[in-house]
Design a protein around this ligand. Structure first.
Ligand code: NDP
Length: 331
C-alpha cells in the first residue's frame, strides 16, 4: 500500500475549504489509490467551526483518509506536509483600501512562509489560492528562500477551466474536447484568457477554436470579459463567492502538477517568471505549462500577436505594481 501523503489546507473552515477537504479525502486531488492525511489550519475565531469540519470528515468515513490534524497552530499544521494549499487570507471588506488588505495578507504569508520552510517535508509543493494570489505566492517565496522557486505556485486553473467552459457552451461541444486555452498573468480582472492556440476535438480531427467559433468580435470581446468577470457574476447570483469551482480547480492544479498533464495538453499555472515571453522575471505570472515527473515547464515558442502582447503586458504591469505595494507594506 502507498504511504499517505500529508496535505495542508489553510483557511480550512472557510467556504472553499469546506468544498475542498472532502474532494481531497475522496482522492480527487491525488488519485483514488493515494491515502491522505489532512492538515487543516484556521485562526482561533474559526477553531470551533474547524472542529465541526473535522467531525464531518470522521462521519464521512472516507476510506482514503488516514488521519486529520485540525489546529490553529501554524507549526503543527505545516509539520511534514507534502502539499500545501493556502486558502486562508484576509478578505477585502467594504471600505478597505487595497493597501490595507495587502498589508494584512503580506504579514500572513510572511509568517506562513517561515512555518512551511522550517517544518514542511522536503520538496513540498505549495499552491496559493487566497487573493491577491500571485502576490501572496511571491511573498511566500521570498520569505521561504530554501523552498525552491519551482515548488511555489498560485491558482489560475479556475480561470483556465472557466475559459474551457465558455468555449464548450458556445460551440455546444463537450468541455473535455476543448483544450489548450491559456490564462496569462494575474488572477484578477486584468488576466488575459487567450484562445489563439486552443483546439477542439471533432469527428474531423482537431480544429482551432478560432476557426470553429468564426467570430473574432466575440472571442476578442465578450468571451474575455465573461471569463475575467465570472467571479463577480457568481457572487451576484449566489450572494457568496465561488467555492465548489475554486476547490475543484485547486484539485486539478495539484493533480496535474503531481501526476502530469496528458500528452499534447497544457494547463495554466501561476509560476515564478524566468522571463519567458518577455514577462518580467521575478513575478508570479500565469503561463501555459506542461507537467511531468512532478515538475512544471513553461510551454515555449508560441507565437504572440500584437493584441495578445498588449494584454500580456498590461497584466504584468498590474503585477509589478502589486509587488511594489507588497514591498511597501513590508518596510
Ligand atoms: P473563501 O473560502 O471563500 O475564500 C478564501 C480565499 O480564496 C479568499 O482570499 C478568496 O479571495 C480566495 N479566492 C481565490 N480565488 C477565488 C475564487 N475564484 N473564488 C472565491 N474565492 C477565491 O473565504 P472564507 O472567508 O469563507 O474563508 C477564509 C478562511 O480563512 C476562514 O476560515 C478564515 O478564518 C481564514 N482566515 C485565515 C487567516 C490566516 O491564516 N491568518 C486570516 C483570515 C482568515 P477573495 O477574498 O478575493 O474572494
Amino acid at each position: 500500500a502507498k504511504e499517505p501523503v500529508r496535505v495542508l489546507v489553510t483557511g480550512a473552515a472557510g467556504q472553499i475549504g469546506y468544498a475542498l477537504v472532502p474532494m481531497i479525502a475522496r482522492g480527487v486531488m491525488l488519485g483514488a489509490d493515494q491515502p491522505v492525511i489532512l492538515h487543516m489550519l484556521d485562526i482561533p475565531p474559526a477553531a470551533e467551526a474547524l472542529n465541526g469540519v473535522k467531525m464531518e470528515l470522521v462521519d464521512a468515513a472516507f476510506p482514503l483518509l488516514k488521519g486529520v490534524v485540525a489546529t490553529t497552530d501554524a507549526v503543527e499544521a505545516c509539520t511534514g506536509v507534502n502539499v500545501a494549499v493556502m486558502v486562508g487570507g484576509f478578505p477585502r471588506k467594504e471600505g478597505m483600501e487595497r493597501k490595507d488588505v495587502m498589508s494584512k495578507n503580506v504579514s500572513i504569508y510572511k509568517a506562513q512562509a517561515s512555518a512551511l520552510e522550517k517544518h514542511a517535508a522536503a520538496n513540498c509543493k505549495v499552491l496559493v489560492v487566497a487573493n491577491p494570489a500571485n502576490t501572496n505566492a511571491l511573498i511566500l517565496k521570498e520569505f521561504a528562500p530554501s523552498i525552491p522557486d519551482k515548488n511555489i505556485s498560485c491558482l489560475t486553473r479556475l480561470d483556465h477551466n472557466r475559459a474551457l467552459g465558455q468555449i464548450s457552451e458556445r460551440l455546444n461541444v463537450q468541455v473535455s474536447d476543448v483544450k489548450n486555452v491559456i490564462i496569462w498573468g494575474n488572477h484578477s480582472s486584468s488576466q488575459y484568457p487567450d484562445v489563439n492556440h486552443a483546439t477542439v476535438k471533432t469527428p474531423a480531427g482537431e480544429k482551432p477554436v478560432r476557426e470553429l467559433v468564426a467570430n473574432d468580435e466575440w472571442l476578442n470581446g465578450e468571451f474575455i470579459t465573461t471569463v475575467q468577470q465570472r467571479g463577480a457574476a457568481i457572487i451576484k447570483a449566489r450572494k457568496l463567492s465561488s467555492a465548489l469551482s475554486a476547490a475543484s480547480s485547486a484539485c486539478d492544479h495539484i493533480r496535474d502538477w503531481v501526476l502530469g498533464t496528458p500528452e499534447g495538453t497544457w494547463v495554466s499555472m501561476g509560476v515564478y517568471s524566468d522571463g519567458s515571453y518577455n514577462v518580467p522575471a521575478g513575478l508570479i505570472y500565469s503561463f501555459p505549462v506542461t507537467c511531468k515527473n512532478g515538475e512544471w515547464c513553461i510551454v515555449q515558442g508560441l507565437p504572440i500577436d500584437e493584441f495578445s502582447r498588449k494584454k500580456m503586458d498590461a497584466t504584468a504591469e498590474e503585477l509589478s505594481e502589486e509587488k511594489a505595494l507588497a514591498y511597501s507594506c513590508l518596510s
